[in-house]
Design a protein around this ligand. Structure first.
Ligand SMILES: NC(=O)c1ccc[n+]([C@@H]2O[C@H](COP(=O)([O-])OP(=O)(O)OC[C@H]3O[C@@H](n4cnc5c(N)ncnc54)[C@H](OP(=O)(O)O)[C@@H]3O)[C@@H](O)[C@H]2O)c1
Length: 321
């Protein structure tokens, strides 16, 4: 089958390790099933994988991709939950120390077919296209959990979302606006600021700009480049939720600010299968939809990877096999 994969990794030039070609069909073990992929979306995770982050050489070759929507062996339209818990794990699978995402230990979703545990399937609402549904399992689920599970925000409060153009950030803008929050965003790019306003942001600022007021919560995926600004933007007692560090993982800790202002710094990763099902229902009942930057044939995946590596993306890139 056609797949997007890595048979080596390259920390400095990840795109050079990208391959598009034939890979063997999945052979699902007991309790797993094969999903025929109708759409699969790209995440920054796939670039990290090509760099070798979370993907050691002994697991290669590896099909990339965490996110897919398709049809299961019984003909049901499904969304694939990417977090695979270890055997026997009970409870929140994101807290399983041995959990992996598709493409880390098990072959990934950027392919014509993908094997997944049967329990990882979520029914796809009819109202969502396969392309829209394929955007949910990583970026949208992460934004959902950051906002509704970790940030502890209420309607009427203000949230700052850093790096408006990213997959997680653009999802968070739509979700936060729908939830009745005042939504402020930053972006380095004026066109992305304008796009963020169109998506629902009340205000869009230049990255690092002085804000008119303090905010109740910040959603952070950019990391080093925006961390200081995030902590400075918070009101006393406010919450910074972090799920990514695209620009680097080691920002200044700003400890005095954290303890004097009694800030909460909260980590967040992906979400549970139940949260993915709730998210799918939210999109079905609200009419809100993922912002899709572009849809490409799987065979042209390189174009999508290059756009993400260059930061030339607003929303999600979707591949169709
Ligand atoms: N923990 C999890 O479960 C989880 C899930 C999903 C993603 N993530 C992580 O979250 C991060 C975001 O991923 P993504 O797929 O949403 O998008 P992404 O392609 O990594 O983009 C994030 C945004 O960061 C901003 N940015 C990048 N470098 C910057 C810099 N030097 N200065 C200021 N802004 C910068 C850009 O915004 P502007 O161009 O608008 O300024 C960009 O659109 C990644 O690191 C990813 O690995 C983690």
């Amino acid at each position: 089958m056609l797949a997007v994969f890595a048979s080596r990794t390259d920390a400095d030039n990840p795109l050079s390790a990208l391959e598009v070609g034939e890979r063997p069909d999945p052979e699902p073990p007991d309790g797993w099933t094969t999903v025929t992929v109708k759409a699969a979306s790209l995440n920054h995770h796939d670039l990290w994988s090509l760099r070798g982050v979370g993907l050691p050489d002994d697991r290669l070759p590896m099909i990339l991709g965490c996110d897919a929507a398709g049809v299961d062996e019984d003909g049901n339209d499904v969304i694939v939950h990417s977090v695979v818990a270890s055997d026997g794990w009970r409870g929140d699978e994101t807290l399983d120390p041995k959990r992996t995402l598709l493409s880390e230990l098990h072959q990934g979703a950027l392919a014509e077919r993908v094997a997944v545990p049967k329990g990882n399937l979520v029914p796809k609402p009819e109202a969502l296209s396969f392309a829209e549904a394929s955007c949910l399992p990583t970026a949208w689920l992460t934004a959902y959990r950051m906002l509704f599970v970790k940030a502890g925000v209420k309607p009427g409060q203000t949230v700052l979302i850093q790096g408006a153009g990213g997959g997680v950030a653009s999802a968070a803008i739509v979700l936060a606006r729908h939830a009745g929050l005042r939504v402020w965003v930053t972006s380095r790019d004026e066109a992305k600021q304008a796009k963020a306003r169109e998506l629902g942001a009340h205000e869009a600022f230049e990255s690092g700009a002085r804000l008119p007021d303090r905010v109740d919560a910040v959603l952070e995926t950019v990391g080093e480049a925006t961390w200081k600004h995030s902590l400075r933007a918070l009101r006393p007692g406010g919450t910074l939720v972090v799920s990514g560090s695209t620009s680097g993982p080691n920002p200044p800790a700003e400890l005095q600010r954290v303890f004097f202002l009694q800030l909460s710094v909260v980590g967040s990763t992906m979400g549970t299968r139940d949260e993915l099902a709730q998210l799918a229902r939210l999109l079905e009942t609200s009419g809100i939809r993922p912002e899709i930057d572009r849809e490409l044939p799987l065979a042209d995946a390189g174009e999508g990877f290059a756009a993400m590596a260059a930061g030339d993306v607003f929303g999600k890139i979707v591949f169709t096999p």
